[in-house]
Unconditional design. Structure first.
Length: 132
C-alpha cells in the first residue's frame, strides 16, 4: 500500500520493493492477509478463525496475537483510529478492537459487512454512523 512491499497474487509471498525486488518470505500459516498497516509499515495484519495476528514486515514473524470474541473475524482495519472491525454472520453485535491496546467497543449492527473509516462505521449500503 505504501509502495515498500509487494504481496503475491495468491496472498502468501511478500517482497520488499527496494533496490530491485528482494524476496522476504511467505506469510505464516494458517491465516489470511487482512492488510498492511498504513500507520505502521513494519506490521502486517492477518486474520484466522477468532484471531488477529500482527506480523513483522521485516521477517514475517508473528509479533503478537489478539483473540477475538467467539465466532467473530476481523473484516477491516482503520489506520486513523487503530481499530479493527470484527463481525460475525447473523449477529446483531459488532466489535471494534484497538490492535495496539486491545480496548474493545461493542455496537448494535445487524449487517456483517462494515468498514471503519476515520472513526465512521460504513456498511455495504452506504449507511454510516460516527462511533469514534
Amino acid at each position: 500500500d505504501d509502495g515498500k512491499f509487494c504481496l503475491s497474487p495468491y496472498g502468501r509471498s511478500i517482497s520488499r520493493l527496494e533496490n530491485g525486488v528482494p524476496y522476504i518470505g511467505t506469510l505464516p500459516s494458517p491465516g489470511h492477509f487482512l492488510c498492511f498497516r498504513h500507520d505502521n509499515d513494519n506490521e502486517i495484519l492477518m486474520t484466522w478463525n477468532e484471531m488477529i495476528n500482527i506480523v513483522s514486515s521485516d521477517d514475517l514473524a508473528i509479533i503478537r496475537t489478539i483473540t477475538l470474541p467467539s465466532g467473530y473475524k476481523a473484516v477491516s482495519y482503520d489506520p486513523v483510529t487503530h481499530y479493527a472491525v470484527c463481525t460475525k454472520p447473523d449477529s446483531e453485535l459488532l466489535y471494534l478492537i484497538n490492535i495496539d491496546n486491545n480496548h474493545t467497543k461493542t455496537f448494535a449492527a445487524i449487517s456483517s459487512e462494515w468498514t471503519l473509516v476515520n472513526g465512521y462505521l460504513i456498511d455495504y449500503a452506504g449507511q454510516y454512523m460516527k462511533v469514534l
